[in-house]
Design a protein around this ligand. Structure first.
Ligand SMILES: NC(=O)C1=CN([C@@H]2O[C@H](COP(=O)(O)OP(=O)(O)OC[C@H]3O[C@@H](n4cnc5c(N)ncnc54)[C@H](O)[C@@H]3O)[C@@H](O)[C@H]2O)C=CC1
Ligand SMILES: O=C(O)C(=O)Cc1ccc(O)cc1
Length: 310
């Protein structure tokens, strides 16, 4: 499907928040002709000016209300903590039969914050593309971001199956593989696979920075691939990640608790010279990596920040 002309799935799509994900959605929708017209709104005048300059969106509007007028699909592409307030602002202008979706990295909080503002006759289908980079802003997007990556749909109780099917067609047209998942399960899975790993990367880079004596030149000069991956991840947008941890609090605390228990056990093994424990542990984790590769699920290119390729 990716890269092919597909034909419109929605007449008019509105993107609210014009950063990495919205700009990648715009270029991916254009690539396959998935939308008749795409309007866009971002809070800052500077972002709107950049969007106009680079041709991001068919029409950039100066208010969210203007952007959503007559839209068949509205996608909230703002940090998770901003989803509720943005939804409240646009609610009175949504047309009956329209669908509201989002791309937030946390689902339970977004559902609780957004759903109360969804007007009668408007559908709500939360979503989360499992694709991104450490870059942000309107110039960071590219049309291939979602190719062969998962996008999870998290329909809420009573969601119209036709609205869900149409959103699925959009994500598939943008190159993604689509699955459906319950919100709480999503938040726990993502706490393991994405949120806690990001926190560990932030911590590791912070520790290196605390040891400035060592890091001033050597960390950069001698950094091996593992640490370089940490620095890439730790360069991700601070607002976005602050909101992820504030809103997926229970699941990340649960996983962090387990993580620290295992870390203490490994620390003890190092202190007591328990090589068997270390060897067994590393053998188990190696098998997991090999399982991912054998299942053909290692879709991440090593260079996540592939830059702009439209
Ligand atoms: N960056 C990533 O790798 C991924 C991010 N996500 C989710 O996608 C959403 C957007 O993330 P990115 O595109 O990476 O962020 P970004 O930082 O590139 O863009 C966010 C945009 O929202 C705007 N914005 C912030 N608050 C706003 C408000 N109150 N009203 C209107 N606009 C506002 C910002 O000015 C910016 O244009 C977040 O909820 C994030 O959790 C999902 C998958 C991957
Ligand atoms: O850049 C990376 O390593 C990522 O993990 C991208 C990413 C970030 C946040 C998400 O909710 C989904 C994907």
């Amino acid at each position: 499907m990716s890269g092919q002309k597909h034909g419109p799935v929605y007449g008019r799509v509105a993107l609210i928040g014009l950063g990495l994900i919205a700009s990648s959605m715009f270029w991916a929708m254009k690539r396959a002709g998935l939308a008749g017209e795409v309007t866009g709104y971002a809070r800052s005048a500077e972002t709107r000016a950049t969007a106009r300059r680079i041709g991001l969106c068919d029409r950039v509007c100066d208010s969210a209300q203007e952007a959503v007028q007559d839209a068949d699909l509205v996608v909230l592409c703002v940090p998770v903590g901003a989803m509720g307030p943005v939804m409240e602002d646009i609610a009175p202008l949504l047309k009956p039969g329209a669908t509201v979706s989002d791309v937030g990295s946390v689902k339970r909080h977004v559902i609780d914050a957004v759903q109360p503002h969804i007007p009668e006759g408007v559908h709500f289908v939360p979503a989360h593309p499992l694709a991104g980079t450490e870059h942000s802003g309107p110039e960071s997007g590219f049309s291939e971001l979602f190719d062969n990556r998962w996008s999870l749909l998290v329909p809420v109780e009573g969601t119209d199956p036709d609205a869900t099917a149409r959103l699925r067609a959009l994500w598939e047209g943008m190159g993604a593989n689509v699955d459906e998942m319950d919100a709480d399960h999503h938040d726990l899975v993502l706490a393991v696979t994405s949120h806690t790993p990001h926190l560990i990367a932030y911590t590791m880079v912070g520790v290196a920075d605390d040891l400035r004596r060592v890091t001033d030149s050597e960390v950069i000069k001698y950094s091996a691939a593992g640490f370089r991956d940490f620095t890439r991840i730790a360069a991700s947008d601070p607002t976005m990640w602050r909101d992820v941890f504030l809103t997926n609090k229970d699941a990340t605390l649960e996983i962090l608790g387990r993580f620290t228990e295992e870390l203490f056990a490994l620390q003890r093994a190092i202190r007591t010279g328990d090589g068997e424990h270390l060897h067994d542990y590393f053998t188990r984790t190696r098998a997991i990596r090999r399982g991912i590769i054998e299942a053909g699920q290692d879709t991440d290119a090593p260079d996540f920040g592939r830059g702009q390729k439209k």
